[in-house]
Design a protein around this ligand. Structure first.
Ligand code: URA
Length: 281
């Protein structure tokens, strides 16, 4: 708890932590500094048969697979999406018919927030309320996500961008299929390129799968040093934190404490990333 905060802000924070199910309150422990770590990259070709593209192994994750799609092997569509600015990206997503999810959507949901955010949170896909309103995480899971953000002094739209692995609602809120995440991957990749976040938080297994490939259970990814490589030749390494999806946390209260640990770790990584950026070379 920051003693310099005014009492009402401390009270609000305590309230938020209670709403998240954290009681007694957690304190941030010292975390080991994270240096350059094995790479995790957007894997839109991790499954043989989904894409004909060549898959080139990047620097592998400690315990599993990681696949990179070399830019030369990107499909024409992916190449075209990789050139879009925000307005064109929104138009392209709104008109997208690259997978079956377009059939039942009311509207595609690109994302929301600060285009220059340091923090990028990625969920699974829009639910019913998101499909109706055109904004990610506005239903019950979204309320918890907002509380999670507030618990680490963040706010939707202020240095935070929220996106999903797929931009259209999967029918009956089912988990998006791999082929749907593959179809949407160029949009997510472009969002990351445009935002250039300092840190990516993946909410749940589907988001982890979309960004890292099919590299294991969520439990095995939590707490692991991961990074997403961006830019030509993957020259920019963005740290990645994997945590539970808020909808899962609403059903599984005991795991909120683990999510809080993940958020604290994310905050530490962000501080490290900001510190590294301000230190003279
Ligand atoms: N769940 C998600 O993963 N994303 C949303 O936008 C809403 C619920």
């Amino acid at each position: 708890m920051n003693a310099s905060q005014p009492p009402d802000s401390r009270w609000q924070r305590a309230q938020l932590l209670r709403e998240m199910g954290f009681s007694p309150q957690w304190r941030l422990r010292q975390q080991p500094a994270v240096g350059r770590q094995p790479s995790a990259v957007l894997a839109d070709a991790t499954r043989a048969g989904l894409h004909q593209q060549a898959v080139e192994q990047a620097r592998p994750l400690p315990g599993g697979a990681s696949a990179d799609v070399p830019s030369a092997a990107r499909t024409e569509r992916a190449e075209q999406i990789a050139r879009l600015g925000w307005d064109e990206l929104a138009e392209s997503v709104a008109a997208c018919r690259a997978c079956g999810l377009c059939e039942q959507r009311r509207q595609a949901v690109l994302g929301v927030g600060d285009h220059g955010a340091d923090w990028l949170f990625i969920g699974e896909g829009p639910g019913a309320e998101e499909d109706a309103r055109g904004e990610p995480f506005v239903g019950p899971a979204g309320k918890l996500l907002d509380a999670m953000l507030a618990a680490i002094d963040l706010r939707r739209g202020a240095d935070v961008y929220i996106a999903n692995a797929v931009k259209c609602r999967p029918p009956s809120n089912r988990t998006p299929e791999a082929v749907e995440m593959v179809a949407c991957a160029p949009y997510l990749r472009r969002q990351i390129e445009l935002i250039q976040p300092r840190l990516i938080v993946l909410l749940g297994r589907a988001a982890a799968h979309a960004l890292l490939g099919d590299v294991g259970s969520l439990a095995s990814l939590r707490g692991r040093p991961l990074e997403y490589r961006e830019g030509a030749g993957g020259r920019v390494a963005i740290p990645v934190v994997v945590t539970y999806h808020p909808a899962y946390l609403l059903r599984t209260l005991p795991d909120k404490a683990k999510a809080w640990e993940d958020l604290c770790r994310a905050r530490t990584l962000m501080r490290t990333a900001k510190g590294a950026a301000t230190r003279p070379a």
